[in-house]
Ligand binder design. Structure first.
Ligand code: ADP
Ligand code: 5GP
Length: 196
C-alpha cells in the first residue's frame, strides 16, 4: 500500500480520545471545511447496527465470520476485538478509496487504533489526542449525549484513565474544554500539516 496515487500524496489525520471527549464533534467540523479536502474513513465492524445507522456510511457492517476472514486475508490496516466477537477495524481498501479520489483521510477511532495507524505511517499521519477537562466532565457529556445506557457509560468511563495515559504518545494534544477554541486549534493544526 502506498500513499502515492495519481500523483496525490495522501495524508492521514487521526483523532482519538476517550469516549465523550469531543472527537466526533471536532472531526465533523473539519469535514465541513472543503479547503481541507478530507474524507471520513468508514470503519468495518461486526457489532450490530444501531437505530438509524446506514451500512457503508456509518460503518461497513460485517458478520463476525466475514470479519475474521478479512483478518486472515490481511485486509486490515488495523483492527481490534473490543468484546468477544465485537470487531472493529480499518480496511486497507478504505484508505486506498479515499486517496484515489485525491483526498486526505480523517479517522475518528479509539486510541489503540489511532496509534497503530501512526506506527504504520509515521510521516504521513498526524495523530491528535483530544483531552477532556476531567473524567467527571466526560461522564456529564456522555449523559447529556443520551446515546448510551448508564451501564455502557460506566464501561466507557472505566477505560478512560488508561486511554488518557496514552496522550503523550500522540503528535499533539488538543484540550477540549472550550469547544470554540478546540475547533480553531484543530483547524489550524490540520491545515498546517496538510500544507505541501
Ligand atoms: P466522542 O466522539 O469523543 O465520544 P462527542 O464529539 O460525541 O465525543 O462529544 C460528546 C458530547 O459532548 C456531545 O454531546 C458533544 O456535543 C459534547 N461536547 C463536545 N465538546 C464539548 C465541550 N467543549 N464542552 C461541552 N460539551 C462538549
Ligand atoms: P461504537 O460501537 O460506539 O460505534 O464504537 C466503539 C468504539 O470502537 C469507539 O471507541 C470507536 O472509536 C472504536 N472504533 C470505531 N472504529 C474503529 C476502527 O476502525 N478501529 C478501531 N481500532 N476502533 C474503532
Amino acid at each position: 500500500m502506498t500513499q502515492q496515487t495519481n500523483n496525490h500524496t495522501g495524508k492521514l489525520i487521526v483523532f482519538s480520545a476517550p469516549s465523550g471527549s469531543g472527537k466526533t464533534t471536532i472531526v465533523r467540523h473539519l469535514l465541513g471545511l472543503d479547503a481541507l479536502n478530507l474524507e471520513f474513513s468508514i470503519s468495518a465492524t461486526s457489532r450490530e447496527k444501531r437505530g438509524d445507522e446506514i451500512d457503508a456510511k456509518d460503518y461497513y457492517f460485517l458478520s463476525a465470520q466475514a470479519f475474521k476472514n478479512k483478518i486472515k486475508a490481511d485486509e486490515f490496516l488495523e483492527w481490534e476485538e473490543v468484546y468477544r466477537d465485537n470487531f472493529y477495524g480499518t480496511l486497507k481498501t478504505e484508505v486506498e478509496r479515499i486517496w484515489a479520489q485525491g483526498k486526505h483521510v480523517i479517522f475518528d477511532i479509539d486510541v489503540s487504533g489511532g496509534l497503530r495507524i501512526k506506527r504504520k505511517f509515521p510521516k504521513e499521519t498526524l495523530a491528535v489526542f483530544v483531552k477532556p477537562p476531567s473524567i467527571d466532565e466526560l461522564k456529564i457529556r456522555l449523559k447529556k449525549r443520551k446515546t448510551e445506557t448508564d451501564d455502557k457509560i460506566n464501561m466507557r468511563i472505566a477505560k478512560a484513565s488508561a486511554e488518557l495515559a496514552t496522550a503523550p504518545l500522540f503528535d499533539v494534544i488538543i484540550e477540549n474544554d472550550n469547544l470554540e477554541k478546540a475547533l480553531v486549534e484543530a483547524e489550524s493544526l490540520v491545515s498546517n500539516f496538510l500544507k505541501p
